[in-house]
Design a protein around this ligand. Structure first.
Ligand SMILES: *[C@@H]1O[C@H](CO)[C@@H](O)[C@H](O)[C@H]1NC(C)=O
Ligand SMILES: *[C@@H]1O[C@H](CO)[C@@H](O)[C@H](O)[C@H]1NC(C)=O
Length: 346
């Protein structure tokens, strides 16, 4: 008889929030971070790992950054402090920030932690868009977390596609077998992707549909969904369809849309798992939740979170991290060549 052995069975919590340069002062993050007694992890457990991406954090002079974490990272550290979480790493590129915290017991299973950043836009132009990422070997598997802020405005779809490809092309790591984002066994890509609704529905008509919770109809117009179908960008990634109202653009401090912009699902969380690239090993990331947090009215965006069950299972034996690492990262003489699909229609 074959028995499945779980080498890793983790609940990973992802959050993206465009904070519109606001400071975290006076924010209570307990319900946002599932610290209020209710989580979306199995058995109502706390997440094993938090990966949190912000956009439009206020940028302070560089000299201060060398010595101090961003106030948002300090705020999260403070919120998670009582629960034995440890900061794994952070990376910031202007207003784009990614930070990762993990329960202490997982730290020995995290290796080759690297960060990377790509600024997008035309060379020479001082753009404030792009992506930051953290990659690591987690229980022997390669995972990349990418937080991006893509070009804004309805008519800038072409720029968003270009931003995506620029990030994919420019992001490079040193880890053996995992030089690029999509070399990774698991990829989580999230952020203010800034995709809007195609067509010419007015802001008022969109709001009416939202009020009637006609999300599925509206999402047929969603630029990201249309792009992924056509293979123009993000087609290697999957997304559970949002079952929450568009998270942009709100009047700050309220749950009312600011109809100077057409409401849109700007804030998104996607993922990719190469489930069966290693013989005898099954990788999976079942999505347990995908939600917006309407209680947080700090900026013109609502925060969006998702939880995933990150699993590494083997059919009939168990592996140490080192044995698995050998399989997944390859040895120097025979570099691992997982089957990378080329992105279509570039
Ligand atoms: C905790 O916060 C979540 C998300 O806002 C909410 O759904 C849940 O009801 C809250 N739980 C408690 C015990 O207040
Ligand atoms: C179980 O292990 C044996 C021997 O290592 C191997 O031949 C077989 O393919 C494995 N079964 C599965 C389902 O992977």
């Amino acid at each position: 008889m074959v028995t499945a052995t779980a080498i890793a069975d983790l609940c990973i919590f992802l959050l993206t929030w465009n904070v519109g340069t606001h400071s975290p002062r006076n924010q209570d993050l307990n319900s946002l971070l599932s610290l209020n007694g209710t989580t979306t992890c199995p058995d109502n457990q706390l997440p094993d790992i938090y990966v949190i991406g912000f956009q439009e954090v206020s940028t302070t002079p560089q000299v201060l950054k060398i010595f101090h974490d961003d106030p948002w990272v300090l705020k999260i550290a403070d919120s998670l402090h009582k629960q034995q979480f440890v900061k794994v790493d952070s990376k910031q590129l202007q207003g784009i920030l990614i930070t990762m915290f993990a329960q202490h017991k997982h730290i020995p299973h995290m290796k080759e932690i690297e960060t990377e950043a790509t600024r997008t836009g035309l060379g020479g132009l001082w753009g404030n868009k792009g992506a930051v990422s953290i990659r690591l070997s987690l229980y022997g598997t390669g995972v990349a977390f990418v937080c991006s802020h893509l070009a804004a405005h309805d008519e800038k779809l072409k720029e968003r596609i270009e931003d995506y490809h620029q990030i994919v092309d420019n992001h490079k790591y040193n880890a053996q077998g995992y030089r690029r984002i999509f070399d990774h066994d698991f990829v989580f890509w999230f952020g203010d992707l800034n995709f809007r609704l195609s067509g010419d529905m007015s802001a008022w008509d969109i709001r009416t549909d939202v009020d009637n919770q006609r999300y599925a109809e509206l999402l047929k117009l969603d630029q990201l969904n249309l792009l992924r179908e056509k293979g123009n960008a993000f087609s290697l990634l999957e997304e559970q369809l949002p079952n929450f109202a568009p998270t942009f653009k709100f009047e700050e401090g309220t749950n009312d849309y600011n109809l100077k912009r057409r409401p849109a699902w700007c804030d998104r969380i996607l993922h990719r798992v190469q489930s069966n690239i290693y013989p005898g090993i099954t990788l999976s990331a079942n999505q347990l939740s995908y939600q917006s947090h309407m209680d947080y009215s700090l900026s013109d965006h609502k925060p969006v979170s998702a939880t995933f069950n990150y699993k590494v299972e083997t059919a009939n034996r168990t592996y140490t991290d080192e044995e698995l690492h050998e399989m997944t990262h390859g040895s120097a003489s025979s570099p691992a060549t997982p089957n990378r699909e080329p992105e279509k229609g570039k």
